[in-house]
Design a protein around this ligand. Structure first.
Ligand SMILES: Cc1cc2nc3c(=O)[nH]c(=O)nc-3n(C[C@H](O)[C@H](O)[C@H](O)COP(=O)(O)OP(=O)(O)OC[C@H]3O[C@@H](n4cnc5c(N)ncnc54)[C@H](O)[C@@H]3O)c2cc1C
Length: 419
C-alpha cells in the first residue's frame, strides 16, 4: 500500500464506525479502525443476553472478521485517550497514529446524573460485559432467594428494580417478568419465582415518551399483564446495595438495573470542541467539526446543529457513518460531493416480550403478535452475519416454543458476590 494514500482513522467500530469504514471500501485511502473492544456489539439485543435468551457470541462479532475482505482497512484494538488536532495524530497507549481525515464514532455511555457511585450497585447495559454481569445478578438473586430463610430478605432478593422507562427499561422489565413467570417457574422448590416483583421506575409522566400516547398506554397495559409494576412521575433519589430510595418512599430490591440516561463519549473534550448538554459534539451539515474541517463525528457522539432531535439509535449512526465515508471517498476521487446530511427516520420499534411489541412507521402502527413478528424480522435482518441471523432466529423460535432460556449459566462467581 502506498504511503501517498490519504490516511483515514475511524475511532469506534459501532454502528457508525463500521458503516463509515465500509463506505470507504473502494476509496483510494488507508483506513485504520481503532476500537477498545475486539468486537462490534449489536446493542439492541443486549437485553436478551442480560436475560439469558441469547449468548454473548450471538450478538457480537470480531471487528477483524467483519472487515476481513476490505483490503484497505486495518483494525487496531486500543483505547483512545487524546487527539492532537494540530499534529493530526490520535494517541493510543504509548504510540500515536497519524491521520488526514478523522472520524469519531465512539458512541455514548450511561449517565448517573452526577452519581457515578451508583454504577456499582445499579449497572446499565452498554457492553457485553454489562449484559453478562446483569444476567449473573438476576440468576444469582433467584439462587440466593432459594437459600434465604427470612421472608423479608427472600422478598427483597426477588425484587427487581429497573430505573428508566425508555426502550431498554421496558425490554428488560418484560424479559425479567418472562424469566420469573415462565422460564424459571418450575425450577425451584423453596421459592415460587412467579412471585418476583418487577418494578419499572420512570421520572416522567409516562413510559416510552417517544411513542404516541396510545402506544405508550398499550405498553404500560401489556407490562401490567405480565405482572410488571410501572411507577411514573417518580425520581430515584439514590441507589444502594439493598434497594432504591425513591421520591415517595423506599423500594428494597436486590437487583437494580439502570436504564435512565446516556452521555456521549468524551470526544468533545479530546477535540476541545463545542458540545450540547449530553456531551455530543456539535457538527455542521456535512458532519464535520466547524473548527476542524477534516474531523467528522457520527452516531451517538454527534449533535447535528441544523437537525436537532435526531434520536440516539442505530439507524442515524449508520446513516451518518455511511455519509461521511462517501463524502471522504468523493473528496479523494474528485467525484461529486454529496449534499448536506439529512437524517431519514424509518420508524420506531420496541418490544415488551413474547408476542408483544409496538411498531410505528409514519401513520402505520402495529402492536401485539404482529408487532412482535415485525420487530423480530427487522432485528434478525439487521444482524450482521448471515450465520448469526440463522442462529438467533433458531434460538428465538426454540425459546418461543419451549419457554426456555438456554443461556442461563452462572460462571466465574461465588454465590455471595454482589457485582
Ligand atoms: C441496551 C441498548 C439497547 C438499544 N436498543 C436499540 C434499539 O432497539 N434500536 C436502535 O436503533 N438503537 C438501540 N440502541 C442504541 C444504539 O445501539 C446506539 O444508538 C448505537 O449503537 C450508536 O452507534 P455509534 O456508532 O454511535 O456507537 P456505538 O455503537 O456505541 O459504538 C461505539 C464504539 O466505540 C468504541 N469506543 C468508545 N470509546 C472508545 C475509545 N476511547 N477508544 C476506542 N474505542 C472506543 C466502543 O467500544 C464501541 O465499539 C440501544 C442501545 C443500548 C445500550
Amino acid at each position: 500500500m502506498s504511503d501517498e494514500r490519504a490516511k483515514v482513522v475511524i475511532i469506534g467500530a459501532g454502528f457508525g464506525g463500521i458503516e463509515a469504514a465500509k463506505a470507504l471500501h473502494r476509496a483510494p485511502v488507508e483506513v485504520t479502525v481503532i476500537d477498545r473492544q475486539n468486537h462490534h456489539c449489536f446493542q439492541p439485543l443486549l437485553y436478551q443476553v442480560a436475560t439469558a435468551a441469547l449468548s454473548p457470541a450471538d450478538v457480537a462479532w470480531p471487528i477483524r472478521h467483519i472487515l476481513r475482505k476490505q483490503k484497505n482497512a486495518t483494525v487496531l484494538m486500543a483505547e483512545v485517550h487524546a487527539i492532537d488536532t494540530t499534529k493530526r495524530r490520535v494517541q493510543i497507549d504509548s504510540v500515536s497514529i497519524p491521520y488526514d481525515y478523522l472520524v469519531l464514532a465512539t458512541g455514548a455511555t450511561h449517565s448517573y446524573f452526577g452519581h457515578d457511585e451508583w454504577a456499582e450497585v445499579a449497572p446499565g447495559l452498554k457492553r457485553i460485559e454489562d449484559a453478562t454481569r446483569v444476567r449473573r445478578r438476576i440468576l444469582i438473586a433467584f439462587e440466593r432467594a432459594e437459600l434465604a430463610t427470612d421472608a423479608a430478605e427472600r422478598q427483597r432478593l426477588l425484587t427487581f428494580a429497573i430505573v428508566g422507562g425508555g426502550a431498554t427499561g421496558v425490554e428488560m422489565a418484560g424479559a425479567i417478568s418472562e424469566v420469573a413467570r415462565q422460564s424459571l417457574a418450575m425450577d425451584f422448590r423453596r421459592i415460587d419465582p412467579t412471585t418476583a416483583r418487577i418494578v419499572l421506575i420512570e421520572a416522567g409522566p409516562r413510559i416510552m415518551p417517544t411513542f404516541p400516547q396510545n402506544l405508550s398506554d398499550y405498553i404500560r397495559h401489556t407490562l401490567a399483564k405480565k405482572g410488571v409494576e410501572v411507577v411514573t412521575s417518580t425520581r430515584v433519589m439514590s441507589c444502594d446495595a439493598h434497594g432504591v430510595e425513591l421520591e415517595h418512599g423506599r423500594l428494597d430490591a436486590d437487583t437494580i438495573i439502570w436504564a435512565a440516561g446516556v452521555v456521549a463519549s468524551p470526544a468533545a473534550r479530546w477535540l476541545d470542541a463545542q458540545h450540547d448538554r449530553a456531551g455530543r459534539v456539535k457538527v455542521g451539515p456535512d458532519l464535520s467539526v466547524p473548527t476542524h474541517p477534516n474531523v467528522f463525528v457520527v452516531g451517538d457522539t454527534a449533535a447535528v446543529t441544523d437537525q436537532p432531535g435526531i434520536p440516539g439509535t442505530a439507524p442515524p449512526a449508520k446513516q451518518m457513518g455511511r455519509y461521511v465515508g462517501r463524502l471522504i471517498g468523493a473528496r479523494m476521487t474528485g467525484g461529486p460531493l454529496p449534499p448536506p446530511f439529512r437524517y431519514r427516520h424509518m420508524g420506531d420499534l420496541a418490544t415488551i416480550g413474547r408476542q408483544a411489541a409496538v411498531v410505528k412507521l409514519g401513520r402505520f402502527e402495529l402492536t401485539g403478535f404482529l408487532g412482535w413478528l415485525f420487530w423480530s424480522v427487522v432485528h434478525i435482518y439487521f444482524l450482521i452475519e448471515a450465520r448469526d441471523r440463522f442462529i438467533v432466529a433458531f434460538t428465538w423460535l426454540w425459546g418461543y416454543v419451549t419457554f426456555q432460556r438456554g443461556a442461563r449459566l452462572i460462571t466465574e462467581v461465588p454465590l455471595v458476590e454482589r457485582n
